[in-house]
Write a protein that binds this ligand. Structure first.
Ligand SMILES: Cc1cc2nc3c(=O)[nH]c(=O)nc-3n(C[C@H](O)[C@H](O)[C@H](O)COP(=O)(O)OP(=O)(O)OC[C@H]3O[C@@H](n4cnc5c(N)ncnc54)[C@H](O)[C@@H]3O)c2cc1C
Length: 245
C-alpha cells in the first residue's frame, strides 16, 4: 500500500508555504527523506496525507555573504563538506561532524535543513552547527525570521538557510562510539576564536545542546545516563584541548 496520498513538488517558496499551510490536508516538508520516509514507512508518523518535496526550490546553494557562510536548507551534508569553505571551516569541524552523521549514501541525501528540523539527540552535525553559533532562517509565510540555533525549537514554516557567522574559529572534536563508524554515544564539538570558546554536546539530552545547559542523558543500550554524564566531561575536555591547540 502507498505510504502517501499526496506528493507535491513546488518550484517556488510561496507555493511550498501555501501547500504547507493548507487546512484540509496534513502535508510535511520532504528534504533528503532519510528520516521522514522511514518514519512514514514504519507508521511512526501517522495521519500524514502527503509531502511537499523541497528539491526544486533552489535552496541548495552554499555561498558567502557579508563574510558569513550561508548554507541552503537543501544543501546535502556531502555538498557542504566538499565545498572548500564549508569543508575547511574551523579546522574541518563540519567535515568531521558530517562523517559522524552517517555513511556516504546518507550524506549524499541528508540535508542541512533536515538535520536542523530533526534535531536528533546524537546528531554531530547539529552539535557542530551549535558550536559554530549558527543562525536559522525560517519562513513562515509572512516574513523570514532569523533565530539562533541554540534558541530554535520545532515550529511551523520552512527552514530556508543556516548562517554561520564570520569568525576565524579553530575547532576540535571528540566522540565516544561503539565502533568508529557507529553514531556516537556522546560527542563534543568545540571552537575557539579570540578568547571566545563555545562547546556543544550531543548524546546527553533530547537534542544537541551547548555546554552549560542542563544534561538529561538518555539511559539506553548504548550507555547509561550516568555513563553519558561522566563521559560528556571527558569528550568536552578533549575537544577543547584540540581547539585550543
Ligand atoms: C539508516 C539511517 C539511520 C539514521 N540514524 C540516525 C540516527 O540515529 N540519528 C540521527 O541523528 N540521524 C540519523 N539518521 C539521519 C537522519 O535521517 C537525519 O535527521 C537527516 O539528516 C535528516 O535529513 P533529511 O534531509 O533526510 O530530512 P528528511 O528525512 O527529509 O526530513 C526530516 C524532518 O525534517 C523536516 N524538514 C526537512 N527539511 C526541512 C526544512 N527545510 N524546513 C522545515 N522542516 C524540514 C521534515 O518534514 C521531517 O520532519 C539516519 C538516517 C538513515 C538513513
Amino acid at each position: 500500500m502507498a505510504i502517501l496520498h499526496d506528493y507535491y513538488r513546488p518550484t517556488t517558496l510561496d507555493e511550498a508555504l501555501t501547500l504547507l499551510r493548507r487546512g484540509d490536508r496534513v502535508l510535511m516538508p520532504l528534504a533528503g527523506g532519510t528520516r521522514l520516509v522511514g518514519q512514514l514507512e514504519s507508521h511512526a508518523l501517522r495521519d500524514i496525507d502527503g509531502v511537499v518535496d523541497l528539491r526544486d526550490l533552489g535552496l541548495h546553494t552554499i555561498r558567502q555573504e557579508d563574510g558569513r557562510l550561508c548554507l541552503g536548507a537543501t544543501a546535502t551534508l556531502a555538498a557542504v563538506v566538499e565545498q572548500s569553505l564549508g569543508g575547511s571551516l574551523a579546522s574541518g569541524l563540519l567535515r568531521r561532524a558530517a562523517q559522524g552523521e552517517g555513511p556516504v549514501n546518507l550524506r549524499n541525501a541528508a540535508t542541512v535543513g533536515g538535520v536542523v528540523a530533526a534535531a536528533e539527540a546524537d546528531s554531530e552535525f547539529y552539535a557542530a552547527l551549535l558550536a559554530l553559533d549558527a543562525q536559522v532562517v525560517l519562513h513562515d509565510g509572512t516574513r523570514p525570521t532569523t533565530i539562533p540555533l541554540d534558541e530554535f525549537t520545532p515550529r511551523p514554516g520552512l527552514i530556508t538557510e543556516v548562517w554561520l557567522p564570520p569568525a576565524a574559529w579553530r575547532g576540535g572534536a571528540a566522540r565516544l562510539a561503539r565502533t568508529p563508524s557507529d553514531r556516537p554515544i556522546v560527542a563534543a564539538y568545540a571552537v575557539v576564536d579570540a578568547g571566545v570558546e563555545r562547546v556543544a554536546l550531543c548524546g546527553v539530552a533530547a537534542r544537541p545542546i551547548l555546554a552549560g545547559m542542563p544534561l538529561e542523558p538518555p539511559d539506553d543500550f548504548k550507555g547509561s545516563a550516568d555513563y553519558r554524564r561522566a563521559m560528556s566531561e571527558v569528550v568536552m575536555a578533549r575537544a577543547l584541548d584540540e581547539a585550543r591547540g
